[in-house]
Design a protein around this ligand. Sequence first.
Ligand SMILES: [Zn+2]
Length: 133
Amino acid sequence: MGTLRERFRNFMQGRYGVDTLSKVLIGIAFLLAVLSIFFGRIFYLLGICLLVYVYFRMFSTNYEKRYKENRAFINYKNRILALRRRWKNRLRMRKTHHIYTCAKCRQKIRIPKGRGKIMITCPKCKYEFIKRS
Ligand SMILES: [Zn+2]
């Protein structure tokens, strides 16, 4: 028979186990449980459904499919993080720079603020125009 621990190890043999996606889902399930205190049972039920799904993935023997799900999730998460980073950079840039668009070729040109009226030369098509920076 063996100890409980050994039996559990035997049971988990060839099963997928916990990955990043599962951990995030467990976090969301926990959040839903907290929300259910304020917004009612439906959140609690959603959390339970999520946990059932997490267990299904954990005990799954279809390693390849679960692995792909996790990869897809991580790719998606990274895309969102990259978008957020770009958005933050743009916000920070707005304080110190103006972004002008070349009237001729639509090239975006970044000009530092606070230099009065200046002549801008498009780096791409050499078109010149005057703007207040
Ligand atoms: Zn241009």
